[in-house]
Design a protein around this ligand. Structure first.
Ligand SMILES: C[S@@+](CC[C@H](N)C(=O)[O-])C[C@H]1O[C@@H](n2cnc3c(N)ncnc32)[C@H](O)[C@@H]1O
Length: 434
């Protein structure tokens, strides 16, 4: 089932590195993205034609929707995180460069003012606070706020583009940098804080990139739709639209909460106004992390590989860093089963499904997520074409409780693409080997 000689292996297709240089993709860097080349490969290999529907239930930063839209496909996508949903949709903007440029000049001027922000005094957004560290210098936050308020007067065609540039610029001035699951402060961060002039400089740089990409890579925007919401619920709705290609990367089963890590953008952009509304979003994410107290799963019949793995995990319960890990693993596959079934109902008979997944490991037990998903997909009405290995990652180091355990039980992780067809595939589509 596992193709170790997959022709797309070790070509950097499961990471976001090249996105920083590509038009429109570069408007906001999101580390969790995958490569547009993978999307292009799926479109080419499966012969997807212009005007056909590309679907991505877990849009993230919008790599698949944007690549599909640039290729002339009709795009449908969903995303639970409202900041990421906004980002995906904004990258598809049909705005005219000339309108954008003139609206931008007004925004830049507005940021010369200083307007108190409602985030001053809230959490660690500004000083003073009881933790004695703050994300933004108050004058930068005030300059940002002046710009944010000016957005209400901007031409609606460009408003989201301006908002994205402004959010990007203020995050460039953040005292902490994103590092995996948290925001980290450098040793001497207090001596390196940005000034409002830095905010304006970064804003100009970002606006320049946007204006040039609007010019060089124009999109009509008419055939695209990104819906903010829970894919599990959205896929239950009836729809006459069926997709030809679904290419997606569901949350990895690695206890990473994609909502919490974008907390600054969510608050700064007004996508959430309180921890309560943030928690509401976190509770709707696929159950791949333990930071929210979601409902326990009920189903447990997800194939033989799953059963073997869950027994091993339960057997090592005392070594797990959280006793709820086996429940999280069960809940994840319950969610993914729901996704597979929902996707099958939305698929054309000649559709294919490309799903990027990573294995994980807890207390030295490997969870072969790609292979379990391969079984689960087949049980949910899909025909497995292959599980192509994209790359092997460094061994899992953080998912054990004791260091001695870690040394004993280091498990290599891999990223794969699990490819399915909605109908029994022809011989030519079966496997791709180097
Ligand atoms: C691995 S990331 C996708 C990255 C994306 N391929 C890209 O290139 O940026 C998974 C995404 O699924 C989203 N997500 C998690 N639970 C969801 C749900 N229930 N419905 C829709 N999206 C969800 C997360 O917010 C995250 O952005």
């Amino acid at each position: 089932m596992l193709n170790l000689n997959f022709h797309l292996r070790d070509k950097g297709l499961s990471n976001a590195l090249e996105l920083e240089a590509l038009p429109r993709h570069r408007w906001y860097f999101v580390k969790e993205g995958f490569s547009p080349k993978l999307v292009d490969q799926a479109i080419a290999i499966d012969g997807v034609q212009k005007g056909e529907i590309l679907f991505d239930p877990f849009s993230g930063s919008g790599t698949a929707p944007l690549t599909g839209a640039i290729g002339g496909l009709k795009v449908r996508a969903s995303e639970i995180n409202p900041f990421l949903g906004f980002l995906s949709a904004t990258k598809l903007s049909p705005a005219k460069p000339a309108t954008f440029k003139s609206e931008f000049d007004k925004l830049l001027k507005a940021t010369q003012r200083s307007v108190p922000s409602r985030l001053e005094g809230y959490s660690t957004f500004a000083e003073p606070n009881r933790w004695n560290r703050w994300l933004f210098p108050t004058d930068v936050l005030r300059s940002f706020e002046a710009g944010r308020q000016a957005l209400y007067r901007a031409d609606p065609e460009c408003r989201n583009l301006l908002k994205l540039a402004l959010l990007g610029a203020v995050m460039d001035c953040c005292n902490a940098t994103r590092d995996g699951k948290c925001l980290r402060y450098a040793k001497n961060w207090k001596d390196q804080q940005s000034k409002p002039e830095d905010l304006r400089k970064r804003l100009e740089e970002r606006a320049e990139a946007i204006a040039s990409d609007l010019e060089e890579t124009p999109l009509t925007g008419t055939a695209s739709r990104i819906t903010q919401g829970d894919a599990r619920t959205l896929l239950k709705r009836r729809s006459r639209e069926k997709f030809r290609l679904c290419i997606t990367s569901p949350p990895y089963l690695n206890s990473f909460d994609y909502s919490d890590v974008y907390r600054p953008e969510l608050f700064l952009g007004g996508f959430v106004r309180s921890n309560k509304s943030l928690m509401k979003i976190r509770l709707q994410t696929v159950r791949s992390h333990l930071q929210a107290s979601w409902e326990d799963p009920i189903r447990e019949d997800f194939g033989t590989l799953y059963s073997d793995c869950i027994s091993l995990l339960q057997g090592r319960a005392e070594n797990l860093w959280n006793p709820r890990i086996p429940t999280m693993v069960q809940a994840y596959f319950e969610d993914m089963e729901q996704i597979f079934k929902g996707l099958r109902r939305r698929a054309l008979e000649n559709a294919s499904l490309w799903l990027v997944a990573s294995t994980s490991a807890y207390a030295g037990v490997e969870v072969p997520v790609d292979l379990i998903l391969a079984e689960l997909g087949q049980r949910s009405g899909w025909f497995l074409r292959e599980v192509g290995v994209l790359r092997y990652l460094r061994s899992s180091s953080q998912h054990v409780k004791h260091v001695e355990d870690e040394k004993r039980k280091s498990v290599p992780l891999r990223e794969s693409v699990v490819i399915f067809d909605a109908s029994k595939p022809s011989q030519s589509k079966r496997s791709h080997t180097k």
